[in-house]
Write a protein that binds this ligand. Structure first.
Ligand SMILES: C[S@@+](CC[C@H](N)C(=O)[O-])C[C@H]1O[C@@H](n2cnc3c(N)ncnc32)[C@H](O)[C@@H]1O
Length: 312
C-alpha cells in the first residue's frame, strides 16, 4: 500500500495548504486526542478568559434561554469538545429529547456521549464523527422532538473565514430545519494585549497545543517535522480583526509530508488557526445573511463574550 492509501485523514487540503504562498493548515488538525486534551487544559489557564466568561454567562442566562426553547428539544452541537457547556445547557432545558454532538476528536466524542448518557437517562445521544466544514447527514432520531436548537459556543465561529462562516451558518440552519433555533457564543474582544495573552499564555499551554499539530502530521500524515525547529507565535491582525496562530520555522529546512517536500525559510510561518473577533454588528449581519433572525443577545460584564439566540 502506498502512503496515500494508508492516510487516516483526507490529505488534499493539508498539501494544498502547505503549498500555498502563505502556508496554512486546517484547524481540525489541532484536535487529535492530545490536542483535544490540551485544549481542555487551555480552558483552565488564567490568561484564557474565553471559557470562564462564557460559562459564567451561560450560568446567568440559561434559565431564560431554556424558557424560549421550550421542552422536548433536539440539540445539535458542531465541535462539541468535552461537553462541559452542553451539560449545563441540557440541565437547563426541560426534558431534552435528543443530543447530536459532531466532532473530529474521536475519543473525546465517545467519552462525551457516554458521560451525557449517564448524566441524562432518557436522553437520546447520537454522536457524529466528522468534519463540520463539509456536508454531514443528520442521524435519524428515534424520538419525537418539538424543536431543534443548534448550539455553537466557544467562539469557534471565529475559526472560519467570514464568507465560510456565513456558508457554515446557513448549512447549520438547513441541518437543523425550519423554525429551529441557534445559541451561538462568540468573543468580540479587540484588546490586543488581552488577546495576545489569551492565545500565547504565560504557562505555554497554547504553544504546546499549537506545536502538537506537527506531531499529529507526523503520526497521521507520515510527516517529518522536528517540533523543536518551530515556535508558536500569536499575532493580532487589527485590519482583519483576528488573532492568527503561527508556527514559525527556526531555520531554513525541508520537511516531508507524505511524498511531498515542503521547504521553509528561516522565520517563515505556517498559519494554524485564525480566530476572528467579529464586532456585534458584523456578527448580526452574518447571522441575518445566513438566514438566522436574532431574538436576543446576552453579554458578559466585560463586554467581550456574547451569546446570540437566533431563529430560522
Ligand atoms: C474551540 S473547541 C470548542 C469546544 C467546545 N464547544 C467549547 O465551547 O468549549 C473546538 C471544537 O471543535 C472541534 N473541531 C474543530 N474543527 C472541527 C471540524 N472541522 N469538524 C468537526 N469538529 C471540529 C474540535 O475537536 C473541538 O472539540
Amino acid at each position: 500500500m502506498n502512503p496515500a492509501e494508508q492516510q487516516e485523514e483526507p490529505v488534499c487540503d493539508v498539501i494544498s495548504g502547505l503549498r500555498a504562498p502563505i502556508k496554512t493548515l486546517p484547524v481540525r488538525l489541532l484536535y487529535d486526542a492530545r490536542g483535544a486534551a490540551l485544549f481542555e487544559q487551555i480552558t483552565a489557564v488564567e490568561d484564557y478568559y474565553l471559557t470562564r466568561a462564557e460559562l459564567a454567562l451561560l450560568a446567568a442566562t440559561l434559565p431564560q434561554i431554556a424558557e424560549r426553547v421550550g421542552p422536548n428539544a433536539r440539540v445539535i452541537e458542531p465541535g462539541s469538545g468535552a461537553g462541559r457547556k452542553t451539560r449545563m445547557l441540557l440541565g437547563a432545558l426541560a426534558a431534552p429529547a435528543t443530543y447530536v454532538p459532531i466532532d473530529v476528536a474521536e475519543n473525546q466524542l465517545a467519552d462525551t456521549a457516554t458521560t451525557l448518557r449517564d448524566a441524562f437517562p432518557g436522553l437520546e445521544v447520537l454522536p457524529v464523527l466528522g468534519d463540520y466544514t463539509s456536508a454531514l447527514a443528520m442521524p435519524t432520531s428515534a424520538k419525537q422532538f418539538a424543536t431543534t436548537l443548534a448550539f455553537f459556543p466557544g467562539s469557534t465561529i471565529g475559526n472560519f473565514e467570514p464568507s465560510e462562516a456565513k456558508a457554515f451558518l446557513a448549512r447549520l440552519g438547513q441541518m437543523a430545519g425550519p423554525g429551529s433555533m441557534l445559541l451561538l457564543g462568540a468573543d468580540a474582544n479587540a484588546n490586543r494585549d488581552e488577546l495576545l495573552r489569551a492565545y500565547d499564555d504565560s504557562e505555554g499551554v497554547t504553544a504546546e497545543f499549537d506545536l502538537n499539530v506537527l506531531a499529529h502530521l507526523n503520526s497521521a500524515h507520515g510527516a517529518s517535522f522536528e517540533l523543536d525547529q518551530f515556535m508558536h507565535r500569536a499575532v493580532w491582525n487589527a485590519a482583519k480583526s483576528r488573532i492568527e496562530m503561527h508556527l514559525v520555522s527556526k531555520k531554513n529546512q525541508t520537511v516531508t509530508v507524505w511524498n511531498e517536500a515542503v521547504t521553509f525559510a528561516r522565520g517563515e510561518p505556517i498559519v494554524t488557526e485564525h480566530c476572528y473577533k467579529h464586532s456585534p454588528a458584523a456578527l448580526e449581519a452574518m447571522l441575518r445573511a445566513s438566514g438566522w433572525k436574532v431574538l436576543e443577545t446576552f453579554v458578559d460584564p466585560d463586554q467581550r463574550m456574547r451569546l446570540w439566540l437566533a431563529q430560522r
